[in-house]
Design a protein around this ligand. Structure first.
Ligand code: PLP
Length: 392
């Protein structure tokens, strides 16, 4: 009896402990550059603590890689003791997929490495990065760590990124700016920048200003007004696209991503990359590229669960921001930080604070079971509200 009681208390403590450690785990996926290279010393939760949580904090693909990808990774292990191992020609496959040459691709350990490498390459001599807030702030953190700075613009009232503001600031402060960062769709809001808006941005800013377009959530978008910006690379504009296998392909822990950019930009960037993507990640990525049907199914399930969950929250009286990704934001009307802890006590990990939107909570789409646990926890933590017809 006393053992089970201890286990119970321990379990709650573990959930709280997870909170401390878990926020580091969250940072691993979402903020890997916090603390720079020293972040390699980050703490990790014990497996049972980790497995007990509903993981809705890091925008992962909760269903994991398909059989074909697991099999390919397994096959790669026969090269585990080698350096010059075959790589499954992942760069060749990516070049084919995007209709570019191999020297337009830089393979990295996750797209987070792309963001770092681009920052290191273009934020020299005190040059700054221009972008919005909130967004995926990794580039800004890296800028700080290399003694550069960010020029951050607010989102519009509808939580979208203002392209006229980008264009005006990029021109007014051109001499200061080394890089423009556009997360599309944006994390944490889930809102897209339309293809027309991207064109407006690229046509409006100084011609030689590098633009990093982070398309980590590209595969989840349904909005027909959105399009990838890879064609601008083919046109030869100074555009770098960051892509990842961590989201739709469910390979976050394997660490593989890439940049697509004009060859001369890749040449400038390459010396700053680690050049070290492991054999299992390479083989897994090649298999993942062939899994188009499986990925279409993941997209469908994700969107269905996102719509179901947001409809439940809306019916309970809480406004959600329309999202085109595998996460969404809900307005909770109070500060998020203590709420994260309340959810952790119920073994549900939700997104970290995204200043200045600290009264919103970002929720990743998990399994059916995880989403049910989330909604139950939400209803225990927040009272039902009657929304006015104005939707306020
Ligand atoms: N870009 C965005 C917008 C993200 O949300 C993330 C992770 O959450 C990343 C990049 C980094 O992902 P990874 O390094 O796993 O490719």
């Amino acid at each position: 009896m006393s053992v089970s009681r201890r286990n119970f208390v321990g379990g709650v403590a573990a959930a709280l402990g997870y909170l401390k450690v878990g926020s580091e785990v969250d940072l691993f996926a979402q903020q890997p550059r916090q603390g720079g290279a020293a972040a390699g010393a980050r703490m990790r939760p014990a497996m049972d603590e980790y497995d007990a949580m509903a993981h809705l904090s890091s925008n992962e693909n909760c269903w994991g890689p398909p059989e074909s990808v697991l099999k390919a990774m397994n096959q790669s292990f026969k090269y585990a003791m080698r350096y010059g191992y075959p790589g499954g020609d992942v760069v060749g496959e990516l070049a084919k997929l995007h209709g570019v040459k191999q020297d337009n691709i830089l393979l990295t350990a996750g797209s987070g490495e792309v963001l770092d490498v681009v920052g290191t390459t273009f934020l020299t001599n005190g040059k700054k990065v221009l972008g919005v807030e909130p967004t995926y702030s990794s580039v800004y953190q890296h800028a700080t760590s290399i003694k550069s700075q960010a020029i951050k613009m607010p989102l519009m009232k509808d939580y979208r990124q203002s392209i006229p503001a980008f264009v005006k600031t990029a021109n007014d402060r051109a001499a200061e700016i080394g890089l423009v960062y556009l997360c599309n769709p944006n994390n944490p809001t889930g809102a897209v920048v339309t293809a027309d808006e991207v064109k407006q941005l690229l046509d409006g800013i100084p011609k030689d200003m590098p633009v990093l377009i982070d398309e980590a959530y590209h595969h989840f978008v349904d909005d027909p007004k959105y399009a990838t910006s890879i064609p601008y690379v083919i046109e030869g504009r100074p555009v770098i696209i960051a892509r990842t296998f961590s989201k739709i392909a469910a390979l976050a822990a394997m660490r593989i991503g890439y940049a697509v950019a004009p060859a001369e930009l890749i040449t400038k960037m390459r010396p700053y990359s680690m050049g070290s993507v492991n054999v299992a990640a390479r083989f897994g990525a090649v298999a993942a590229l062939k899994d188009t049907q499986g990925q279409a199914e993941i997209k469908k399930r994700t969107i269905a669960l996102r719509k179901k969950t947001t409809a439940e929250l809306e019916a309970y009286g809480y406004e959600t921001i329309p999202s085109e990704t595998n996460f969404f934001m809900v307005s909770i009307g109070r500060e998020i930080q203590p709420v994260i802890q309340e959810f952790a006590q119920k073994k549900v990990a939700v997104g970290r604070p995204f200043p200045p939107m600290t009264k919103h909570m970002r929720v990743s789409i998990g399994t059916e079971d995880e989403m049910a646990r989330f909604v139950t926890a939400f209803k225990e933590i927040f009272p039902q509200k009657t929304r006015t017809t104005a939707g306020v």
